[in-house]
Ligand binder design. Structure first.
Ligand code: GLC
Length: 766
């Protein structure tokens, strides 16, 4: 094996917007993407410049100065100092503070085909990110592999898992930076785990040392920049934010209907029910089992009449069976992955022996996408993509297998993403103006443009519940806002306490889905005894109460990339305690709700409240921040805190998002010393008309010093489904006097005012 270290610069040139530096070993290219993003790609042989993740083009401008020893590329926010001999890269803030730099000795090097970048590790440096990974919030001292894997039965330490997000954020000396290594080969990240704390490193088994460096000075801004580069989610269908009930599998249409009816009978709100693999005929994708699901349309019509939406699973493996449409067409058109000699690759999954579509090919994606009519015609609106690492029993898929021009190991990590893309694009076409819901297990950076994700086959124990929350929070750092876990745990049977606890955390999970494995105890809310059912129901109702806030928070993700579930490291980056393993699972759900996950066996919990003042949601009790408190945590009351000054729109309970409700939008404001604002957003929840201005958006502001609450004029042409606004004030006490709402004084409780835009405002004081 040849070991080569990037050596001295032999030539420097600029071609258009790219700076090119050549050494004996390789060529480095540098582009500026924005004032805070610089890209470097170092390669022995630059090929076509393509990316699955990146959707932006570099800026046309690149300013630099050159001396005998170094080159300095400058933007308004960043300085990239390039040392010529040997060729090394160091990033600085515009005022000269070092953010991150190559290890001076080893920088970029090749160990055979493997390309590695060793970087200097700072004594206080922490790392967050990489999306769905086990381990702690602070990844310092850990190492990870990205190699999308069907990680069935994974535990709280398993690596690799299902997804690849080669993006991390480094924190040291009060500074922040991000680094996205856009390489789909098997990749490695070592945050000082194996280098005696002298270096961190990352690299891949092949491809280029191609990375984007982010220099913005806040974690939130880095996430905004990363999602500018790789794209943001569309507005999700509103129904997909309601409660989702899944199981492997509801075995027949009768059972599906029975489950749906039970929700309505027990008045437990729900929007979504799933069909796992058993709805198919012999697990053949795009078919229905004629015996157990004889009339899919009839079943879905009945579900629709009960305000349920159906999601069905699809796996990539196409059963080898002459006469089966997808098999025949795939073979006739050469749509399947092959060995180098052209022979089709065969692997075994649920249907038995299968071939695997080459989702990297445009025609294959179109073909796959068009086949969804088999599901959409009877009325399916959500498409669950599973087993797309891709999984095949007992094997990693031979590395010889090719997808078009690529061998499997080069692009395996993007396979699931391309399947989700094909699904999304197909469903988009078929459903016209209606938003599809797509859920995928495997993913690569940028998947947020096509799909939501869940964390795969977790287990029914407390540590897995906590891990799931960390993963959801971590996925949020890497652009994935619409995420979930199998609530209750996929494998094993949760205790009733765990089920209740997990559900109460689940309501604060971006995607709220209960799912369980074949053979496990039934998981539906009524399977846990009357008392527990009542708690579960109340928590699901709370989800529905919060939907106006949740939907507005999704609008924020759509606009800025800010995730729904936010590790406290986003807002309180410089507060050491948020990285403490005792508090690392805590998160903000949207701007204002702090949630402390608690194991099902504990009924009090130490909670760290960061800077500010906080109100316990259930009691109204107020706490000063920067303190650890011991919170009561009975199963009926997960510790949830509201940030002082918070503005949270809610609604009264409805049974599904299809229901119009009572027309009252309840705007809750918690008194705080600092001014605050919230962007309230609403649209029809189902179409793409919002992209043409058909939405309802207004800013709600609270100014404690001026004692004012302001609702801005409405932007957009959508008519809100709420015709009254009820303002609910929490913790105002004396401050309630002389409070003005849009310039008018609130005189007393239950006071009704009418505003220009037609909204009646009822002031209710607490
Ligand atoms: C995989 C999925 C799981 C699903 C099962 C059967 O294990 O991760 O969610 O229920 O396959 O389709």
């Amino acid at each position: 094996m040849q070991l080569e270290i990037l050596g001295n610069t032999e030539s420097v040139s600029k071609k258009g917007n790219v700076l090119i530096l050549k050494t004996k070993e390789a060529e480095a290219r540098v582009w500026v993407y924005s004032q805070t993003i610089i890209r470097i790609s170092i390669s022995k042989e630059h090929g076509a410049d393509t990316s699955f993740a990146v959707i932006q083009k570099p800026s046309k401008k690149l300013d630099y100065t050159e001396s005998a020893e170094e080159i300095v590329v400058t933007t308004s926010a960043l300085k990239l100092k390039i040392t010529k001999s040997p060729l090394r890269f160091g990033f600085y803030t515009s005022d000269g503070k070092i953010l991150s730099e190559d290890d001076a000795r080893f920088g970029v090097n090749w160990q055979g085909a493997r390309v590695i970048n060793y970087r200097k590790l700072y004594p206080d440096e922490k790392f967050i990110g990489l999306g769905e990974k086990t381990g702690n919030l602070n990844r310092r001292g850990s190492s990870y592999v990205n190699w999308n894997t069907d990680a069935a039965l994974h535990d709280v330490n398993t690596d690799p898992l299902y997804k690849t997000f080669p993006f991390f954020i480094g924190l040291h000396s009060g500074l922040t930076y991000g680094l996205f290594f856009d390489n789909t080969h098997k990749s490695y990240f070592d945050f000082g785990a194996t280098t005696d704390d002298t270096m961190s490193w990352f690299g891949a088994d092949g491809g280029d040392m191609n990375y984007y460096f982010f220099g913005a000075q806040s974690v939130a801004q880095i996430i905004e920049d990363y999602t500018w580069l790789t794209g943001r989610m569309e507005m999700p269908p509103l129904w997909s934010l309601g409660y989702q009930q899944c199981r492997w599998s509801y075995a027949s249409a009768a059972e599906v209907l029975d489950i749906a009816e039970n929700f309505r009978k027990d008045k437990i709100p729900a929007d979504v029910i799933y069909c796992d693999i058993d709805y198919m005929d012999g697990y053949k994708i795009f078919t229905w089992n004629k015996e157990t699901f004889p009339d899919p349309k009839g079943m879905i019509d009945k579900l629709k009449a009960m305000n349920f939406h159906l999601v069905t699973i699809v796996d990539p493996g196409i059963k080898i069976e002459p006469g089966y449409k997808q098999y025949d067409e795939g073979v006739a058109n050469n749509y399947f992955a092959t060995y180098p000699n052209g022979e089709k690759f065969t692997g075994s999954v649920w249907p038995g022996r299968c071939h695997f579509p080459d989702f990297f090919d445009d025609d294959v994606r179109k073909w796959w996408g068009a086949a969804f009519t088999a599901l959409t015609e009877p009325g399916v609106e959500g498409f669950w993509n599973d087993m797309n690492e891709p999984a095949a029993w007992g094997q990693d898929i031979p590395w010889l297998v090719t997808f078009g021009d690529h061998y499997m190991p080069e692009i395996r990590n993007a396979y699931g993403m391309q399947m989700a893309r094909a699904t999304y694009e197909g469903a988009r076409k078929i459903l016209g103006n209606k938003r599809p819901f797509v859920l995928t297990r495997a993913a690569y950076a940028g998947t947020q443009r096509y799909s939501s994700v869940w964390t795969g086959d977790n287990s029914a124990y407390d540590a897995h519940m906590l891990l799931g929350q960390r993963m959801v929070n971590s996925l949020g750092i890497t652009g994935m806002s619409f995420t979930g876990v199998d609530i209750g745990g996929f494998t094993g049977d949760p205790t009733p306490e765990l089920m209740v606890r997990w559900n109460s955390l689940g309501l604060y999970t971006p995607m709220f889905r209960n799912h369980a494995m074949l053979g496990t105890k039934m998981r539906e809310p009524w399977c846990w005894g009357k008392e527990n059912e009542a708690i579960i129901k109340k928590d699901i109702e709370q989800r529905y109460r919060l939907l106006p806030y949740i939907y507005s928070s999704y609008y924020q993700s759509h606009q800025t990339g800010m995730p729904l579930s936010r590790t406290l490291a986003i807002n309180y980056t410089q507060d050491e305690r948020v990285f403490d393993v005792k508090y690392q699972n805590q998160f903000l759900f949207g701007d204002a709700i702090l949630v402390a996950p608690v194991e099902s066996t504990r009924f009090t919990e130490d909670v760290y409240l960061p800077h500010g003042e906080w109100y316990r949601l259930s009691t109204g009790e107020k706490f000063e921040g920067v303190k650890v408190i011991t919170a009561d945590a009975p199963l009926t009351d997960l510790p949830v805190f509201i940030k002082a000054g918070a503005i949270i729109p809610m609604q009264n309970v409805i049974q599904s998002t299809n229901e119009k409700g009572d027309g009252i939008l309840e705007i809750n404001v918690w008194y705080g010393r600092e001014a605050n604002r919230f962007v309230y957003y609403e649209d029809d929840g189902s179409s793409y008309d919002y992209q043409k201005g058909v939405y309802y958006k207004r800013e709600i502001s609270f100014y404690p010093v001026k004692r004012q609450i302001e609702l801005s004029m409405v932007e957009g042409s959508f008519t809100s489904k709420y015709d009254r606004i009820k303002l609910v004030l929490h913790g105002f006490r004396a401050a309630i006097k002389r409070l003005k709402v849009n310039g008018k004084t609130s005189i007393s409780a239950h006071n009704a005012l009418t505003f220009a835009n037609g909204n009646r405002v009822i002031i209710v004081t607490f």
